[in-house]
Design a protein around this ligand. Structure first.
Ligand code: SF4
Length: 400
């Protein structure tokens, strides 16, 4: 196992962290209620065993609480003290997990399908795209501008937002935008230049004619099946409840294979044919915790108006097999960007959105925690009993 450098190389000073409008990185951490958030963006969405083991060591030394798997297929450490950041950064640099500068780090917002196979061009395209985004003259992209490289046999990232995506259809590679009905047919040689041209054009407001090679085409379907823990192309998927991963569990997974990150708060263990039971990991596709998502709530975010994960845990068994419940600490909805049944904490209680994002107008306002079960049953058209109500004291809901 490769260890972080014992004598860290000098690390660049981090700019002061702030809170709004951008995603954290390793070079530019973000302040949160429980300390700094330091996000690691693995190259091509993949961690070697040595990198994963090294991150586990660094997390044990410098982070408070578990690691987090993000919906951009990254891994982040929470609760990092400002004084620890230089040593943590040096450790990540020794593992080859840090970009040249904060601007390049922000631009390298690439989600890669975890279901790639050797020879399908996915890894080569993801690496070429990362190089293009780090090159001098790369476009200054808006914060949160994202790419998807989804070139496995079947698109897996259609439900994962991306401004520009490289994917494969029945005829070969294509480059397209999520919100502009354009498409260019591509080869492994010109897919990245086409993606960069499209990114430049979108970043300039898409006002002029589209870049050469792009033709009108229907918008891509933004639907996709949510994978489940178990066997998957390339290995075995394991999920982490609420995306939280104990450093010890990461270290154990690193002993089993290289790891691919996913946007579904799961890891794919390359080449694995089973999964060990490890604390916090979900390996049973029927586990109710797979049907709830929640941000850190008041446990870790200053903007939260109430607790989230204890409530989601208490309500999980009410969610039908096809359903998904999102419990958000505020209307920003960091944990889930797609419409679903959503509860939003407010100073007066929980607002219920029957089908929408956390920012959508609520269908019911200021509900008490002990009334939520029956409201949710109505949202899903199921029945419930009084014993299904979550324990009021466990959710620490403000009284109405
Ligand atoms: S959604 Fe959750 S994590 Fe995001 S700002 Fe609101 S309370 Fe914080």
């Amino acid at each position: 196992m490769r260890k972080p450098s014992a004598t860290p190389a000098p690390a660049p000073a981090a700019p002061p962290p702030t809170v709004h409008g951008w995603c954290p990185g390793a070079l530019r951490p973000m302040a949160s209620g429980d300390g700094w958030i330091v996000r690691v963006r693995p190259h091509a969405g993949r961690l070697t065993r040595a990198q994963a083991a090294g991150i586990a060591q660094l997390a044990a030394a410098h982070a408070r609480g578990p690691l987090e798997l993000t919906r951009r297929a990254n891994l982040q450490l929470r609760g990092v003290a400002q004084a620890s950041h230089p040593e943590l950064l040096a450790g990540l640099q020794a593992l080859d997990l840090v970009d040249a500068d904060a601007a390049a780090e922000q631009r390298r917002n690439i989600v890669v399908t975890p279901f790639w196979a050797p020879g399908d061009a996915t890894l080569a395209l993801a690496e070429a795209l990362a190089r293009a985004l780090a090159a001098p003259g790369a476009p200054a992209l808006p914060a949160k501008f994202g790419f998807a490289v989804d070139c496995g046999t079947t698109p897996a990232l259609r439900a994962t937002p991306a401004h520009v995506r490289i994917e494969r259809d029945g005829q070969g590679l294509v480059v397209r935008a999520d919100r502009v009905p354009l498409l260019a047919r591509a080869t492994p040689h010109d897919a990245v230049p086409l993606a960069m041209a499209l990114a430049h054009w979108l970043a300039r407001g898409a006002a002029a004619a589209p870049p050469p090679g792009f033709q009108p085409a229907p918008l891509p379907q933004r639907t996709g099946t949510r994978p489940q823990p178990g066997p998957a192309p390339g290995g075995w998927l394991v999920a982490a409840a609420f995306g939280q991963l104990q450093a010890d569990s990461l270290a154990h997974l690193a002993e089993q294979g290289d790891l691919r990150l996913t946007p579904w708060r799961m890891l794919l263990v390359e080449g694995a044919r089973s999964a060990s039971a490890l604390p916090g990991l979900l390996t049973d596709p029927a586990d109710p915790l797979l049907r709830v998502v929640a941000c850190s709530g008041t446990e870790g975010c200053r903007q939260a108006a109430g607790p989230t994960r204890p409530l989601a845990r208490a309500l999980a068994r009410l969610v039908p097999a096809h359903g998904l419940l999102h419990v958000s600490g505020c209307s920003k909805g960091c944990a889930h960007a797609e419409p679903t049944v959503t509860l939003v904490a407010t100073p007066a209680g929980y607002d219920l959105v029957r089908h929408g994002k956390a920012s959508a107008p609520p269908d019911r306002r200021a509900l008490r925690a002990d009334a939520l079960a029956s409201h949710l049953a109505h949202a899903w058209g199921t029945t419930t009993t009084t014993q299904d109500a979550p324990p009021h004291e466990a959710t620490d809901t403000p009284p109405l």
